[in-house]
Design a protein around this ligand. Structure first.
Ligand code: NI
Ligand code: MN
Length: 229
């Protein structure tokens, strides 16, 4: 069974039978994260978009592990120029990796990477990830507003786990994320992207209770907490 560990914000470690993946490893600069990026051992780094709270320690982790970064083309190209091994993809595209299948979904958001000074680099479209491995399918929504196609994503990909942002301001808030959970119909929904900064304060237990009223299961993971699915 794949094992999922919450590292804070949108960062998750996903351990399959033979491979280890990390999503959006925002660790060093995340005031709530406790994982030292130097301790991360992974084969793949999946990046949803170019914002600093998602790219985080990705370049260092990828280099230290000789891991491959999987990201939308523009962001992957940037990481490649920074010396990382990459696999570029784009929305709607899927690819079978040694660990399983990855498909990129839409996400309604931005993807500029702040390079300091006046420089803000365009990193293409943001995305979400559908990852199927060891017979299970996980959806990491990335940063996004609510969109109707989540219904289609759920219909076409029976989901074991859905990771949804609930913090508002930059993404869906709790009520929009509850509607997303209803569209997706995942066996288990886990909230993310809340509480890291003041503007995205949200009570994940309010989300869990509202999702429960729809007859759906959700679970609030503490930072460093794991579950198998
Ligand atoms: Ni973002
Ligand atoms: Mn974000």
């Amino acid at each position: 069974m794949p094992k999922l560990t919450y590292l804070g914000h949108d960062a998750f470690l996903l351990e399959a039978a033979k491979h280890r993946l990390i999503f959006d490893p925002y660790l060093t600069d995340n005031p709530l994260a406790v994982t030292d990026p130097k301790d991360v051992r992974v084969d793949y780094v999946l990046l949803t978009h170019g914002h600093g709270d998602h790219v985080g320690d990705a370049l260092d982790i990828a280099k230290a592990n000789n891991a491959t970064i999987i990201a939308p083309f523009e962001l992957a190209t940037y990481c490649s120029r920074k010396g990382c091994q990459v696999h570029a993809m784009h929305i709607g595209g899927s690819y079978r990796f040694p660990f399983g299948r990855v498909k990129l979904t839409i996400a309604h958001h931005g993807s500029g990477l702040d390079l300091g000074g006046d420089a803000l680099a365009y990193m293409g479209n943001p995305c979400g990830f559908l990852v199927t491995l060891d017979g299970k399918t996980l959806y990491h929504a990335g940063d996004t507003g609510l969109f109707m196609d989540m219904k289609l994503i759920g219909e076409m990909n029976p989901l074991d786990v859905a990771l949804l942002p609930i913090g508002g301001n930059f993404t869906m808030d709790i009520d929009d994320a509850v509607k997303a959970a209803e569209f997706l119909q995942a066996k288990l929904t886990i909230p993310m992207h809340y509480g890291t900064f003041d503007v995205i304060e949200a009570n994940p237990h309010e989300f869990r209770e509202k999702v429960a009223k729809l007859g759906l299961r959700s679970c609030v993971l503490d930072i460093q907490e794991s579950l198998e699915f």
